[in-house]
Design a protein around this ligand. Sequence first.
Ligand code: FAD
Length: 392
Amino acid sequence: MANLENGTFKKLDVVVVGGDLVGSLEALFLAKRGHRVRLYEYREDIRNTPQARGRSVNLALSIRGRTALREVGLEDHMINNHGIPMKGRNVHRIDGSTYIIPYDSRTKQCIYSVGRNYLNGLLLQESENYENVERYFNHKLIASNLRKGFLSFQKTDTKEIFEVNADLIIGADGAFSAVRKEIMKQPLFDYNQKYIEHGYLELCIPPDSNGGFQMPPNYLHIWPRGEFMMIALPNQDCSWTVTLFMPFTHFKSLDNEDKLLKFFEKYFPDSIPLIGKQKLIADYFAGSASPLIAIKCRPYNVEDKALIIGDAAHAVVPFYGQGMNAGFEDCTILNQLFQKHHDDLAKILKEFSDTRWEDTFAISDLAMYNYIEMRDLVTRPSYLLRKAIDDV
Ligand code: FAD
């Protein structure tokens, strides 16, 4: 492999901060190019923990994400062995009747429901096939000097501190990125964050008594109710992960079993027998609604030394199902720039930073808009829809 224009190869020493979806995929791309990659993750190894904590259990994988997985040889496995195709929206009216809105009736393209833990575990497992990848779990980034390529990690169990140097630092450490906090100290860094007034809470529709799906599995199910909505994505074990999105004020007001059941009887009556009354009560009161944040910022790099990708660079609200997919697309684009610029970091990081923001800002805006589409406009006749879109 050659990475300099004169044909010689300089192996880079790269540290990736964050070993969730985007960080573990980026580690694979860099490993395939022959660089040394050290992946540092705050949490323990997801492969040893049965449940995703505090994040969506499953996600919609679209063509952006699939393209990136194809590049690292994992697309077929995800689609054929794990992903559940969702061919359209299955919309639930209040009276329990349903109708289907196909995503693509012409070319039959669809999105796939995939398990977050499964995908993350697969990416980490694949990295074991590369001798040039080292994985450090339970390591939290606590300090850094990005210009000098210096990082300081603390081990969460022993509290030991490790100091590390790198040619390149990739911050894939999510919406509350420690790497981005460091970049924010640079002059001319633009930053904008927005918490929306709505939160989300996950519930579950279990498999039926024969272990099968209780609803038609090849759809993303939606219960649009104007100001709020519920959605459900299928899981491999024939359960459904159900996500209730609504204003925090609504969540607060449903503070006892009676109010919760009356609310569900009024707005989501067909979901009660599917979830089960006792399970609905137990799951609703076991958790609390989580917030949703959108972040736009730029530039994404510090000279030829550091770059943020994924949610660290562009967290979006989940209504367009494109957060992870856009993060995966970052990895594809970065890889193309490594090829184009023969691993010359100054050129790669500058071009990524100068060009990528336009698309991620657009995805962020589309995601905000799609909440109104999913919870409300999807139910309207087209002439009202046209007017509502004009009014937004
Ligand atoms: P994260 O997943 O946030 O991972 C960051 C990692 O960095 C974490 O593992 C964290 O522990 C680690 N970390 C953080 N700080 C440190 C530190 N100081 N030191 C070391 N490690 C650190 N996207 C889709 O494409 N499709 C969907 O259908 C979809 N549905 C969603 C539904 C919901 C309800 C939500 C909330 C999001 C959804 N998303 C979806 C978005 C998706 O979850 C994110 O875009 C994706 O997880 C971003 O991945 P990431 O690796 O960039 O960041």
